[in-house]
Write a protein that binds this ligand. Sequence first.
Ligand code: ATR
Length: 289
Amino acid sequence: MSINGKTRVCAIIGDPVEHSLSPVMHNAAFQKLGLNLVYVAFKVTKDGLKDAISGARSLGLRGLNVTMPHKNAVIYYLDEVDSTAKTIGAVNTILNNQEKLVGYNTDGKGAMIALQENGISTEEKKMLLLGAGGAAKAIAFQAAQEVEELVIVNRTSEKAEQLAKMLGKNFGNKVNGRKLSDEVLKQELETTDILVNATSVGMHPSVNSSPVPSDLLHSDLCVMDIIYNPLETKLAKDAKAVGAKVVSGLDMLLYQGAVAFEIWTNCPAPVDVMKKAALDKLAEQGDIH
Ligand code: ATR
């Protein structure tokens, strides 16, 4: 690809961003489709966020991905925020649409597409979601519109209960919030079809931790861990060992990126190319700590 006077820029902003897989994923996709776009990573501290957004505006960037620690705060600097991102209170994708900055959140959709693409239907299913932080909230918002029953369990029970209350109000279906404990997991897992880990338990360097005791897992479960560092978490290994179906966190990353790509380009994302680029990068780094 040759960069010229008409090349538009997309970027990820966050702190840290050096190990982000988004640049390789999106650049591979831009190249594959012959789009005159380039994707870079900008380290932006909390204090620098306001200036970064006004810089993106004045430089005419086409789009941004937003990661930690800016997903919530960035909302204040945008012209419009779509209803999903507004309800969740977090933006991970921005489109510069004729100088108007519009915020979206593609995390929930990314997670649901990852399940679908792995042959897991959410219809009439019970989902047990671990965690009530930013990522969990985005997934819960999307899942509550699709599954028959959603149970959110979190170490801090108030967060799970609040989230369940908010979703129950919005979608009126069966959403419950409970405190994370082995006893609650045991009760809930017996009747769960899809288990999603959206806590940080099991993330590098705590690769030998899992949020779920292995003896509670069973072969009728589909398990998605949104952690992709390591690529296969202890939870994913334990789930595989009992014969459960497992979806990798890399797939959620891939599909949230694919949805963002489509927002910026109006073109279907070449997901195979994006996945290969991400896997190659991981292999090159050996790991991504
Ligand atoms: P993210 O934006 O990636 O979702 P976050 O908002 O910090 O990150 O959320 C992290 C999630 O992991 C939370 O649900 C957190 O539980 P609390 O709300 O109780 O803090 C959960 N989490 C982190 N460490 C945990 C641990 N050791 N055991 C159980 N849950 C944990």
